[in-house]
Design a protein around this ligand. Structure first.
Ligand code: ADP
Length: 619
């Protein structure tokens, strides 16, 4: 059988109250809500980083564009300066040969030969000029355009140019017309690229009788240039690179640069190689050639071109734009990194802020929960305390009423006896004895009155009554209440320090209740003792009163537990075994700003000590 797992949306919940609830910390369950609400949350979280990413990209693009534009502007200015330098240098060389041809046209020997007055061989003279100036050849053309003397003439057998007609060349025509002839062309001899400078030779009486021509090798001129500069090329009217500082570019032809008037080009250009591939574009108003397929030029270059009318060539300089691009890219990268850093900073701060807020919220919620629980618990405890006090009072009241009813029965029976005897004595006329009987009767009435007073004291509502009371009076009353039990159990009571009133701040009935409870416990503890004695000791120490109640019983089993509610070593079936008496007593004494403590004495019995604030009494 194959188990098939269907894809479904799954939601997960973390239970933060795992420890309390005992449920697993992570629940996974199929989502019942719409799918889009499930994806909205991560999307929303991504918006911030995406925004910063976009901002970073935008800043980077802007910085790149501005930096590139500035860089290209600077590059253009550099190109202008370099091209001007290059042109000056080239035109300087051209001027040199123009001056040479001017001088030669006025040379008397050359003039004489041109006029036919001299048959001298002037080829050596011309060679001397050629060598001295760096020119290729110097030759003399007669009025018909035929070369009649040349620096390459080596006698009749190797005449060189002599005898050739150059009448068709327009620079010769220009010279024969009286102007300065200038042309460039290819020669199949030593160096193919040549510049020609021609100047008319005038006869003595004025008319043009011929012309002197100086040919110059372009390569020889280029040789004088330094190679290290940016590539420069001079295009002629046919778009042929005729002069350049990169020999590899020479004679490459760019048909797109052909000028409409290709008058000066004296050589066939069809056979020349086409220029390298490139793509001409415009960027921020600059002409950029891209994808240049040449070993001697950069891949992408800013091209600045200027037409030079004097030599009828177009000069172009190629400036590599790669450093400008790299600089712009670096700036863009730095700025985007900066934006990224700022974004990261903001993001991290945000995350921390959110985490802090969440933690504060969680802490707040936990605090509120805790406070609510503490409140509820305090309330419960108050209730329990009230109930315990009430229960304690009831039990004390029960105990007391048992004692009181027993106590009342005795004087009532005695009163009945005294009354009956008194009646009989009066009937017998023994009035004196009858009077004594009535005195005894009054004593019994007093005793009943005392007992009832104690009862009334317990019945009083007492919460409000913390006042100055005499502690020895409270002990008296407690002893009176416990009198029957004391006597029935044969317990002897001793009191020390009760000479004068010791006034403390307390509630009378509640203090008596505490004392009755301590006395009751002591009487219980003495049940099996041979010596049955309870000792009260009252002392003033500083601003506190100390009342100690010691017994000669077996001592307390666990002194540190007796104030705990429901701690009791007594038989649970007995009316005393509730284990509440001391815990309530402890609370009562505490409510008077006093303390109740216990310990076992050296003799082995138990000792309870009540400490209460003294009240200053005016003597
Ligand atoms: P109960 O009297 O109902 O037991 P109490 O709170 O009054 O409750 O007393 C708690 C316990 O303290 C007693 O069960 C007993 O073990 C111990 N105790 C109190 N007084 C004495 C005493 N004088 N001698 C020995 N043990 C005592």
């Amino acid at each position: 059988m194959h188990a098939t797992f269907q894809p479904m949306d799954v939601c997960a919940t973390f239970h933060t109250d795992f420890l309390r609830s005992g449920r697993p910390a992570l629940s996974v369950f199929p989502c019942t809500h719409r799918r889009d609400s499930f994806v909205t949350l991560p999307l929303r979280k991504l918006l911030g980083p995406a925004g910063f990413f976009l901002a970073g990209a935008a800043v980077a693009a802007a910085v790149y564009a501005v930096s590139l534009r500035e860089g290209l502007d600077t590059l253009q200015r550099t190109a202008q300066a370099r091209l001007a330098q290059s042109n000056d240098r080239f035109l300087g060389q051209v001027t040199r040969f123009q001056q040479l041809v001017n001088s030669l046209a006025r040379h008397p020997q050359i003039g004489a030969v041109a006029a036919g007055k001299s048959k001298d061989d002037i080829s050596d003279l011309m060679l001397t000029f050629a060598l001295a100036s760096g020119a290729g050849d110097v030759f003399l053309v007669n009025h018909d355009g035929v070369i009649i003397a040349s620096s390459d003439y080596r006698g009749a057998e190797t005449p060189g140019r002599v005898g050739r007609s150059v009448a068709s060349s327009d620079y010769i025509q220009a010279a024969l017309d009286g102007g300065l002839g200038w042309s460039h062309g290819l020669e199949e001899l030593v160096e193919p690229r040549m510049l020609y400078f021609a100047r008319a030779v005038f006869g003595e009486d004025g008319p043009v009788i011929g012309s002197v021509v100086v040919s110059v090798s372009v390569a020889a001129l280029e040789f004088e240039w330094s190679f290290g500069l940016e590539p420069v090329a001079y295009f002629d009217q046919a778009g042929v690179i005729f002069v350049t500082n990169r020999p590899d570019l020479a004679l490459q032809r760019d048909p797109s640069l052909t000028l409409p008037r290709a008058r000066r080009v004296q050589f066939p250009t069809d056979g020349l190689p086409e220029i390298f591939d490139y793509r001409s574009t415009q960027l921020f108003g600059h002409r950029i050639w891209r994808d240049i397929d040449s070993d001697v030029l950069p891949d992408a270059a800013l091209v600045l071109a200027r037409y030079i009318p004097r030599i009828e060539l177009q000069a172009a300089i190629f400036q590599d734009i790669r450093p400008v691009q790299e600089r712009a890219f670096l700036f863009a990268l730095l700025s985007s990194a900066l934006v990224g850093l700022i974004g990261l900073g903001v993001w991290v701060t945000n995350l921390r802020r959110r985490a802090l807020a969440e933690r504060l919220l969680a802490e707040e919620a936990a605090n509120e929960q805790l406070e609510a629980r503490v409140d509820a618990r305090t309330q419960e405890l108050r209730e329990t305390q009230k109930q315990l006090i009430a229960a304690g009072r009831l039990s004390a009241l029960g105990e007391m009423s048992a004692g009181i009813s027993h106590e009342l029965n005795q004087p009532l029976a005695a009163m009945q006896n005294f009354a009956e005897n008194g009646k009989k004595l009066i009937e017998k006329g023994r009035t004196e004895q009858a009077s004594e009987n009535f005195d005894r009767l009054r004593e019994q009435v007093d005793r009943v009155g005392r007992i009832i007073r104690s009862l009334r004291a317990f019945a009083r509502k007492e919460e409000q009554e913390i006042r100055a009371i005499d502690i020895s009076e409270a002990v008296d009353r407690a002893l009176a209440i416990s009198d029957i039990r004391l006597r029935r159990n044969g317990v002897e009571v001793e009191r020390h320090g009760f000479g004068e009133p010791v006034t403390v701040s307390a509630g009378q009935v509640r203090l008596e209740q505490v004392l009755v409870n301590i006395l009751g416990n002591a009487i219980d503890a003495l049940a099996d003792s041979d010596v049955r004695k309870i000792t009260f000791d009252l002392q003033k120490m500083g601003n506190r009163a100390h009342l100690s109640i010691r017994d000669t019983g077996p001592g307390i089993e666990a002194p540190d537990q007796v104030f705990e509610p429901f701690y009791s070593t007594k038989d649970p079936g007995s009316s005393n075994g509730m284990g509440l008496g001391l815990s309530i007593s402890h609370g009562i004494i505490g409510s008077f700003s006093g303390t109740l403590a216990c310990r076992n004495t050296k003799g082995g019995g138990a000792e309870f000590e009540i400490e209460l604030p003294l009240v200053e009494t005016v003597p």
